[in-house]
Design a protein around this ligand. Structure first.
Ligand SMILES: [Zn+2]
Length: 289
């Protein structure tokens, strides 16, 4: 190998910063190159060029919220599948798998497919979102289609006074049922099931995971959560704010355990069968206020 600039032949392999352009975006990539000891000119051999190409594309994927080649390969490794088996599992051609594991950027729908088939948490979240999209107002959701923005903000508000799932779900249950009692409509659109812990959302574990994955909340201790976002009043009417504030105040003054205990005494809960979804019409018997 001879330096094309100074024609000397001594090189050292080292990491250098290289500016790369991919799909009209520029990146600085740190990668191995051969550097001329005499003039400092940098050259890439074939292997180094391949590594650089992969790093560049992965940087692009990272910045665009797509799985990197390494993540895709680790999905396949977790499943202990060959590229051919993995391709069958995904319902794509083996050439696609080979390309995604190297330099070919998967599009968003292919990225979703990979996650749904390989990441149980992502699959759970996807199932929740499908159910919310299919949701129609009825007596089991308080005549309100589930509203993710509203739920997020009610959760953020209530976490201030009830950071544990056992307690904040009771507070949100009361917010919905008390509001329905007074106005004939719930607030979040949440469905509550009759579980041993009282009236709580049927998918409560997945909801907590959802809030964590979306970055709304993070763990404060083993059970408790804290909000990472601020409460936004714009999603609520004056009446809704009054209901939320009234439950907030009860949780704050009487302690979060009060709502927990009281919820087990409510007729709507006592009359329901295990795993049944509570009917908002039973809110007329709510005793809390
Ligand atoms: Zn040189």
């Amino acid at each position: 190998m001879i330096c094309l600039k100074c024609e000397k032949n001594k090189f050292i392999e080292k990491k250098v910063k290289i500016e790369q352009e991919f799909r009209e975006k520029k990146f600085i990539i740190i990668s191995e190159a051969m550097v001329c000891l005499n003039c400092g000119q940098e050259f890439l051999n074939d292997e180094q060029a391949n590594v650089l190409r992969k790093k560049t594309v992965d940087q692009y994927r990272l910045l665009n919220g797509l799985l990197t080649s390494v993540q895709i390969k680790s999905y396949r490794d977790n499943l202990k599948m060959s590229q051919a088996t993995f391709a069958d599992y995904l319902g794509v051609g083996v050439a696609s798998v080979k390309r995604w594991e190297t330099y070919f950027v998967q599009d968003k729908s292919q990225d979703d497919l990979l996650r749904i088939k390989c990441d149980p948490d992502f699959a759970d979240i996807n199932a929740l979102e499908v159910r919310w999209a299919l949701d129609q107002p009825d007596e089991y959701n308080g005549y309100k289609k589930f509203d993710i923005d509203v739920f997020r903000n009610v959760l953020i508000r209530i976490l201030e006074v009830a950071p544990s799932p056992l307690f904040f779900f009771k507070a949100i249950f009361y917010i919905d049922f008390v509001h329905f009692k007074n106005f004939g409509k719930g607030i979040t659109g949440m469905k509550y099931a009759c579980l041993q812990y009282g009236p709580i959302p049927k998918d409560y574990e997945k909801l907590i995971k959802y809030a964590q994955v979306k970055g709304w909340v993070s763990k404060l201790s083993t059970h408790d959560l804290k909000a990472n976002l601020n409460f936004d009043e714009k999603f609520f009417s004056t009446d809704e704010m009054t209901t939320i504030d009234s439950i907030y105040d009860i949780a704050k003054k009487k302690g979060r355990k009060f709502l927990f205990n009281r919820s087990h005494e409510e007729a709507a809960f006592k009359s329901c069968h295990f795993l049944d979804v509570l009917n908002y019409k039973d809110s007329k018997k709510i005793k809390l206020l």
